[in-house]
Structure formats: C-alpha cells, structure tokens
Design a protein. Structure first.
Length: 155
C-alpha cells in the first residue's frame, strides 16, 4: 500500500534550489522564497554555502514552515479534544518553537520542538488532560513521536 493510498486529503509542495531556493504548493496558494538560517550558513563549508536570494519577497526557512504547520495542526487537535470533553477552548493558542540542533548517529542536524499552550479560563488539571489528549491525536505529533523530542508546556 502506498503512503497516499487511503488519504482523506493530499497536498503537494515542491522545493527547488536548496535552502536558498523556493517552495510552492501545487495550487499556488503558497509560493515562498527559502532562506538558510544564518547560524546554519555560518557553520557550513564554503562549497556548501548557497547564495542568498536577491528577491525582495518574504523569505522563510523550513523550520518556520514546520513550526507553523505543527502549531496549526496541534491547535485543531486541542480544540477537538476539549470539545469532546465538553470544554470551550475557543480562545486557546499554541506557539510552536522548532530548534535545529546538531545531529547524532550520522545525521548532521536534528529537530527539537516546544509547544507552548495557553488555555485561558481552563484549570491546570483539565488543561493538562486536553494537552495530553491532543498530543495523542495530532497528526504532527504522531509523525514525530519517538523521533523528535517534543516538549509540551502548558502556560
């Protein structure tokens, strides 16, 4: 069975030009120039350093896109979990921080994630149950489980 065979939704994004290139979705909704974080650029050997884009369009790096995607996915899982518990989490927010860290086991880099969750008006015990439940059902959480360290911080 293919990875896409039983999908209920599929989107496609194409990247070109490396970290100093461009990424866009097939439908054209997303079309962004990529930029390499300066911390990464400075540590690469000169032959691997890519010339930065000269475009005046907004530029993002892959970690920004991952952070945005994870935050968007987790807030949906959070609201779903809260609703299933009879709790109104409509004012909840999720801030996702993605860290690019030195790798191990032959990988040059690895990621780490911290999700900072704010559940205004919800007590800590209930909030933690909502966060734990969301982490179990969030597709991003499932995708990175046992591969990327994810810290859940309930404000």
């Amino acid at each position: 069975m293919s990875a896409l065979e039983t999908a209920i939704y599929i989107t496609t994004a194409t990247a070109s030009g490396g970290r100093a290139g461009r990424v866009s979705t097939a439908d054209g909704t997303l079309d962004l120039d990529l930029v390499m974080p300066s911390a990464v650029y400075d540590m690469l050997p000169e032959e691997m350093q890519e010339a930065p884009s000269t475009s005046d369009r907004p530029r993002v790096d892959p970690e920004m896109l991952f952070a945005a995607g994870y935050a968007g996915c987790f807030i949906s899982a959070l609201r779903y979990t809260a609703l299933s518990m009879g709790v109104d989490a409509s004012t909840a927010t999720v801030a996702s921080s993605v860290a690019l860290k030195p790798g191990s086991d032959g990988a040059a880099f690895k990621l780490g994630v911290q999700l900072e969750i704010d559940l205004p008006g919800i007590d800590t015990e209930t909030g933690q149950k909502i966060v734990d439940g969301a982490h179990k059902i969030c597709p991003y959480s499932a995708a990175v489980r046992n591969n990327i360290e994810v810290d859940l911080a309930l404000k």
